[in-house]
Design a protein around this ligand. Structure first.
Ligand code: UGA
Length: 439
């Protein structure tokens, strides 16, 4: 089989590469010439564990190629996946201009039956707009060609994208014809080996599934953050409460870790977009509005603890920050809670010395020389008045606190992800602050 994947961002690149990995002939298309040139040389625009090797392997086997030429690349394809960005507009709604521009280009250049699949996260009703855009272009050139649209939302997580794509919990596909179902069934057959389902449904339901999944996960996180804050007030320990409720299979033990708020390119954007879609259609998403509100508040929780500890005087203090990306195993800093915390510290006249295993370049790009950067996690600690654990990278999980204590001016730890035990740190002479745990 042969497919084209338009957009070589996170989703597009992972999708294209993983389809190539199972033997499908894939062309990844992008309008960014430089990006395509780099990809041809094996230089990736993003960091994702295992992706670079997979791109190289499949490029060498000539199952994966990169091009800026959509017109030629879609010829002979069974399906074209649209995986371009849908940035949030000023009002919070997903901006569809890139998706629809690709649909138009497909309509202008297709020459045979094609399934046009929306892979980007798009609001309910987008597939219909894609269909219309293609129909208009076909009509403009008096081409009488059959095509189908399908919605195939992606559920992969940054940092675990390849594993998620190759062994998905489920694959959701919205279709409106048997022919499209057949093509999608054939394409996804190699990924169904672990027995997880390929769920076919109507197109609006597939589009809604994506938003409902992310909104539900964001809700779990905000709910637990609220519980954590209440635990602190009531003298309970959220780590215990989490274990207590997570063992109930109806609740589940995933995505119930409190912290300093969810970030990244998906949850904040998708929660906003769903609130917006509802609003436009005369309905209020009351739960999700609170989910957002709690999340905004949560980004300040660590800072408020710092202010309390230092009695509101942070001028001239130095803070070591461990972790800058919005979560481990990625260099992505979009909507990262670290940015909010660092901004607040700098506003108070504090200094920040940060270290992140892979996001240093991205951080320098965003923060420039407003902060200092450590060569490693220990160097970031030198003369620090406190350590702030912001992203739970595996290498931060069991540091040598005896060494750390000697490097720091004050032995204080603010743990934004509850990865340390208050008791262990107290034994080493540290003052410990976690989220929703006893001090
Ligand atoms: C999320 C979803 O998990 C994917 O299924 C989805 O495909 C993706 O969005 C998307 O729409 O593209 P991702 O944003 O990569 O994936 O990251 P997650 O691992 O879901 O983490 C999101 C945020 O929630 C992070 O800031 C993380 O620190 C936070 N989080 C997660 C918590 O605060 N507590 C938890 O228990 C879990």
């Amino acid at each position: 089989m042969r497919i084209a994947v338009v957009g070589t961002g996170y989703v597009g690149l992972v999708t294209g590469t993983c389809f190539a990995e199972v033997g499908i002939d894939v062309t990844c298309i992008d309008i960014d010439q430089q990006k395509i040139e780099n990809l041809k040389k094996g230089i990736l625009p993003i960091y994702e564990p295992g992706l670079e090797e997979m791109v190289l392997r499949n490029t060498q086997k000539e199952r994966l190629s990169f091009s800026t030429d959509l017109a030629t690349s879609i010829q002979g394809c069974d399906a074209a996946f649209i995986a371009v960005g849908t940035p949030p507009g000023e009002d919070g709604s997903a901006d569809l201009k890139y998706v629809l521009a690709v649909a138009r280009a497909i309509g202008q250049h297709m020459s045979d039956y094609l399934v046009v699949v929306t892979k980007s996260t798009v609001p309910v009703g987008t597939a219909q707009k894609v269909r219309q855009a293609i129909e208009e272009e076909l009509a403009a050139r008096s081409a009488n060609l059959a095509f189908d649209v399908a919605s195939n939302p992606e559920f992969l997580k940054e940092g675990a994208a390849i594993e998620d794509f190759l062994k998905p919990d489920r694959i959701v596909v919205g279709v409106a014809s048997e022919k499209a179902e057949e093509v999608m069934q054939k394409l996804y057959k190699p990924f169904l080996m672990n027995g997880h389902p390929l769920i076919f449904m109507d197109i609006p339901s597939a589009e809604m599934t994506k938003y409902a999944a992310n909104a539900m996960l964001a809700t779990k996180i905000s709910f637990m953050n609220d519980i954590a804050n209440l635990c602190e007030i009531m003298g309970a320990d959220v780590n215990m409460v989490r274990r207590g409720i997570g063992s109930d299979a109806r609740i589940g033990n995933k995505f119930i870790y409190p912290g300093i708020g969810y970030g990244g390119s998906c949850f904040p954007k998708d929660v906003k977009a769903l609130i917006r879609t509802a609003n436009e259609n005369g309905y209020q998403m009351r739960v999700l509005k609170s989910v957002e509100e709690v999340n905004e508040h949560q980004k300040s929780v660590l800072f408020n603890k710092i202010m309390n500890h230092f009695q509101g005087n942070l001028a001239g203090k130095t803070f070591a920050v461990w972790g800058l990306s919005f979560k481990p195993k990625t260099d992505d800093m979009r909507e990262a809670p670290s940015l909010v915390i660092i901004k607040k510290l700098l506003e108070q006249g504090a200094q920040v010395k940060a270290y992140d295993p892979v996001a240093m370049k991205e951080a320098q790009h965003l923060l420039g020389d407003t902060i200092q950067y450590g060569k490693d996690e220990y160097e970031a600690l030198i003369d620090a008045d406190a350590l702030l654990l912001v992203t739970e990278w595996p290498e931060f999980r069991s540091p040598n606190f005896t060494v750390a204590g000697k490097l720091m001016k004050e032995k204080v730890v603010f743990d934004g992800r509850n990865i340390y035990e208050a008791k262990d740190l107290a034994e080493k002479g540290f003052t410990y602050y976690g989220i929703g745990v006893k001090q």
